[in-house]
Design a binder for this molecule. Structure first.
Ligand SMILES: *Cc1c(COP(=O)(O)O)cnc(C)c1O
Length: 229
């Protein structure tokens, strides 16, 4: 498939999933995850009008960001060590992997120094798998109370990853759990402004994620392909 065909295919699937549950495709934002592909392919993705680009490691993102940074809005989706915050501040508008207070404090410190605000998703380990990163759901309320006090971090939503080995239906309870957690946190007034967004759904399970309320999909292989394609 060409890139154009891939994008059209994804848009079709997004529309169908929205239709099944009475949502509007306008509620769905797509991050094109370019970690598997070259700078050239990333440029083509931008040429096709996709604005949001996701990378999980600065090392891999660096040449792409240096060539194309101005053209897109960059999302950091991988685990972030505090000593790597300096690499991402001012380059990545969104961090999808905010999972601990020490990281929040370091982001705050460097965002303040650079006089900017970072948008963040709190990564939650809904599935409870030991191998998954993200904080336990029961810690999110207190975490949000704390991050409210950090003026250079704007928590825009929650993020989770479903088990990678199961089929898409196996992801459903995980995605549903994230939505319910968001609604519960908002009902309890965890933040002064309700948290709106849910970053969930990858190539194998994004249709289920939409059915369960995703507002940001992170799509790699199905959308931009892998380098051998
Ligand atoms: C790689 C990656 C994705 C995209 O994966 P695909 O299955 O290729 O769509 C999404 N989210 C995170 C955190 C990733 O690391």
């Amino acid at each position: 498939m060409t890139l154009k065909q891939r994008i059209a295919h994804v848009h079709q699937k997004v529309s169908e999933a929205c239709e099944r549950v009475g949502r509007s495709p306008e509620e769905i934002n797509i991050v094109a995850v370019t970690k598997y592909v070259s700078t050239e392919q990333t440029a083509r993705v931008l040429d096709e009008g996709i604005l949001h680009i996701g990378e999980n490691r600065w090392q891999n993102a660096k040449p792409k960001w240096e060539a194309l940074g101005e053209r897109g809005v960059w999302h950091f989706i991988g685990q972030l060590q505090s000593n790597k915050v300096k690499d991402v501040i001012g380059k990545f508008a969104y961090i999808h992997s905010l999972d601990r207070l020490s990281l929040a404090r370091e982001l705050e410190r460097q965002a303040a120094a650079a006089d900017l605000t970072v948008k963040a998703f709190v990564q939650v380990n809904i599935s409870g798998e030991a191998s998954k990163s993200g904080m336990p759901p029961e810690e999110t309320f207190e975490f949000l109370r704390q991050t409210e006090l950090l003026p250079h971090i704007e928590v825009v939503g929650l993020m989770t990853m479903a088990p990678l080995d199961g089929d898409a239906e196996a992801a459903r309870p995980v995605f549903r759990g994230l939505r319910e957690l968001r609604d519960e946190l908002n009902a309890r007034g965890a933040c002064s402004r309700p948290i709106e967004h849910l970053s969930m759904g990858m190539s194998g399970d994004f249709e289920v994620a939409i059915e369960e309320g995703a507002t940001w999909l992170r799509l790699g292989s199905i959308l931009v392909g892998k380098e051998e394609d």
